[in-house]
Design a protein around this ligand. Structure first.
Ligand SMILES: Cc1cc2nc3c(=O)[nH]c(=O)nc-3n(C[C@H](O)[C@H](O)[C@H](O)COP(=O)(O)OP(=O)(O)OC[C@H]3O[C@@H](n4cnc5c(N)ncnc54)[C@H](O)[C@@H]3O)c2cc1C
Length: 412
């Protein structure tokens, strides 16, 4: 009889197993993994460098990076946060370095460093890892222990930890046992847009833009969203397929459910200069006076990339005009274009192959002091199997580490 069975050899599974065994060396702990290899996502994460966490040490700020799960994660981060992650790896001779945007990676710049650390910890702690061993079903028994069903084998265990990531099969299994599941939808994607303004401009970026979209009140209410949440600022990148960059990724994450509801067909507005319409009209009028003899295309407005500015002027048919020749109507149209460029989004694409799933185990069904199921005693959850997901930057792993650590402190 096993004391603890961990289902899923990913980030959360390994972190849970290692910390449980550290905390309770006498417990018999084992990891069961469906695939041939373990830690598959860790291997490819962060472009092969593994963005382990984020240098954000204020827990109330940290939770703002989680569109789903922020309230619940506060208690979790109060007990294990990025500072603890840094120390945990340091104790195992892995130093994490911080990049200018706050993302933290192993100094080696290789996810192998993290994988080797986990594997050697398991070896030292005598944690068996069973690969190609998908869990097919489980039964909870009257004495609050479990029988696990694998192909040609059953295993009994006292405690069961689900760290199976985003798996439809596992969510359906849990649903049948009465665990409520929020329908999974993709998060962290870029917007497919075809528009003459950005045609041929792939690779151009704008440092600080705002991307917004509007939906009617009922739809916002259905998805528990406030209007201003669907307006996100940051760098914006023009790609072959449309628009990407942090502003779009943030919006895709926050609006993951509403965009899915709309089958990824919706309209957005881009404020390329992050200024108000009125102020922009004022600034353009000043430019008209001070540059009256200069061609519009030769004097890009603010810091807009010149090719984007030229494309804007061409679309408004003012590219051959001097500033002084612009009518009030043209100034107004230009200001609207700069601050409220409308685009139709028609589908989504994956960002650098990075994505997470929004949805999973309903957080109402979990006691976040222990990460235990409220329905089934001795059943624990951590990682992407939960309805928790974050923006890019190391936050998804941080949630997995923290939740797994909480389990280790409460499983005995
Ligand atoms: C390309 C890519 C890059 C990413 N980069 C980053 C990054 O740099 N930083 C960051 O914070 N986040 C990143 N993420 C997100 C991050 O990888 C996930 O949030 C994280 O891996 C979740 O960990 P997990 O252990 O919950 O799930 P997973 O890592 O997905 O592990 C779940 C495991 O369970 C196994 N499993 C499923 N069903 C069964 C079953 N029936 N029986 C046994 N085992 C089963 C799966 O095979 C898998 O190995 C990235 C995601 C992708 C796709």
């Amino acid at each position: 009889m096993l004391d603890v069975a961990i289902i899923g050899g990913g980030a959360a599974g390994f972190f849970a197993a290692i910390n449980i065994k550290y905390q309770h060396p006498n417990l018999k702990v084992a990891i069961f993994e469906k695939s041939k290899t373990v830690l598959g996502k860790v291997s490819i994460s962060g472009g092969g460098r593994c963005n382990v966490t984020h240098s954000c040490f204020d827990n109330s700020q940290l939770i703002s990076y989680y569109p789903r799960g922020n309230k619940e994660l506060l208690t979790v981060f109060n007990r294990f946060n990025p500072q603890n992650t840094i120390e945990w790896f340091k104790q195992r001779n892995i130093n994490l370095k911080t990049e200018s945007d706050g993302r933290m990676f192993p100094e080696s710049n290789q996810s192998e460093t993290i994988i080797n650390c986990f594997l050697s910890e398991c070896k030292q702690l005598h944690i068996p890892i069973y690969i190609q061993k998908p869990l097919l079903d489980f039964h909870s028994k009257e004495d609050m222990s479990f029988t696990l069903f694998f192909e040609n084998e059953t295993v009994n265990c006292h405690k069961l930890v689900f760290t199976s990531g985003s798996s439809e099969f596992m969510w359906n299994m849990l649903k049948k046992k009465g665990i409520p599941i929020i329908e999974p939808v993709p998060s962290l994607f870029t917007f497919n847009i075809k528009h003459p303004l950005i045609n041929g401009l792939q690779g151009l970026s704008v440092k600080h833009a705002t991307v917004s979209c509007t939906f009617d009140k009922d739809l916002l209410k259905k998805h528990q969203l406030k209007k201003d949440q669907l307006s996100q600022s940051g760098p914006l990148l023009i790609t072959h397929w449309g628009l990407s960059g942090p502003a779009v990724l943030k919006l895709s994450s926050i609006g993951a459910r509403i965009f899915n509801d709309q089958s990824y067909q919706f309209s957005i507005q881009v404020n390329w200069i992050n200024d108000s319409l009125d102020n922009t009209i004022l600034q353009l009028k000043k430019l008209k006076e001070s540059n009256s003899k200069k061609k519009t295309t030769n004097t890009p407005f603010t810091n807009l990339p010149s090719r984007l500015w030229e494309s804007m002027c061409a679309l408004l048919k003012i590219e051959t005009k001097n500033w002084g020749d612009l009518s009030q109507n043209e100034i107004n149209k230009l200001a609207i274009f700069l601050t409220e460029s409308p685009f139709d989004v028609n589908g989504k694409s994956t960002f650098k192959e990075e994505f997470v799933t929004a949805g999973g185990i309903d957080l109402k069904a979990v006691d976040f002091k222990s990460m235990q199921s409220k329905q089934i005693k001795n059943l624990f959850f951590a990682g992407e199997v939960l309805n928790i997901d974050a923006l890019t930057g190391g936050f998804n792993f941080q949630a997995a580490w923290s939740e797994a650590w909480i389990i280790s402190q409460n499983i005995a």
